[in-house]
Ligand binder design. Sequence first.
Ligand code: MTE
Ligand code: MO
Length: 432
Amino acid sequence: MGQHNKKTMTIDATDQAAGGGLLNRRFFLTSTLLTSAALASAKSAFGQEMVGQGQEDWTLYPGSDALEYGELSRFEVGRVKKLVGEVSGGRTATSAGRTPHHNLMGTITPSGLHFEVTHHGIPDIDPDRHKVVIHGMVKNPLKFDINALENYPTVTREYFMECSGNSRICYEDKPTKQHLDMTHGLVSGSQWTGVLLSTLLDECGISKDAKWIIAEGADSGSLSRSIPIDKALKDTMIAIYQNGERLRPGQGYPMRVLNPGFEGNTSVKWVRSLYVTDKPVMSRFETSKYTDKLYDGNALQFSLELDVKSVITRPSNAMSLAKHGLYEVTGLAWSGRGKIARVEVSADGGKTWAEAAIEGPVNSIMLTRFRIPWMWNGTPAILQSRAIDEFGRVQPTRKELISARGNKAFYHFHAIHSWGVDAKGGIEHVYA
Ligand SMILES: Nc1nc2c(c(=O)[nH]1)N[C@H]1C(S)=C(S)[C@@H](COP(=O)(O)O)O[C@H]1N2
Ligand SMILES: [Mo]
């Protein structure tokens, strides 16, 4: 370690970090790779040699004008969310768009690719006619529109959002042929700006007997959820901006609740009422949905905090390995309780593990990117990642999770995910 100076493709014993070809996470820092593509040369406008550049069409004519709102390159238009609708009584009940993490890098999900779950459709809200009212066990009930909210001190923080139904397909008996968007597309990361709910509650003056806040949305089904008062006073935010812009309609325009690290359903979009009370409301979304059935048929309610979880996004099953050689294995890790402390990667189905490099700064309750070099020599492999958070919570194996949660479990799947790589470089979801 530390001995290698800019070496090329030679790998020795000190580079090996675990079985199956996983290399030390510092390998990329100390080595350069030989690229085999031969470089052709051309001349620039000023006559300099321009290695590897031809005189393509776009260099010969003026391009198009600037746009009022930028858009994707026309060569990138297929990189979209995966839409899934659930039909009930002849109309779409729940509709979801899932983030294609296999196409993305970094930790901020572009707003247009942030996952969306809507149980009653996306309302078309005029911000001049929308208000949120804080009432119930308070001294002064108050109403805020978006302009009023903007006059309060705001905070800007990065948080992931995850639906507790994310990865539920992985509870099923057989691995899925669907891509990463169907197994892990209900989690995204954003930079959110808004007003802390504690700031607003402080102005309303809540009763000392207050225990819950019932948040209700202005969508046609008035989705409502009960938020424990401790959470509301700690870090719940009324978000009005996402990644520097006003919220997108699908994310709750013009204002939403954001409960960092809690299951996504509690982050009520299009929020219009915050009712301070001493008991939970027992709404449809905390009784018939978003509860956890146990072995004995009883159900756990209010399992709100999300677990520690990770997934390898590249390589994954929407792609294949074209040739033997050096790859970067990368993915995302997150914890509903705090920071990711460590991520380990295995190429042999969990027999041996190597520590991945974590790309900082690591934010609390936010997606964290990890990466590790991997030399694939053509032998079948099983790639896995295992996240550990700052509280020592370790992502379990699928077997461990199912034996702890029971076979009736549906939400909060967070076990280690396995990608099987065959001798031809094909990649499939497997259970290992
Ligand atoms: N009013 C309202 N809020 C809602 C929903 C909804 O259907 N209506 N869906 C919830 C669910 S199930 C999740 S997972 C998150 C998703 O937030 P996002 O769509 O911004 O990713 O919003 C929650 N808030
Ligand atoms: Mo959800």
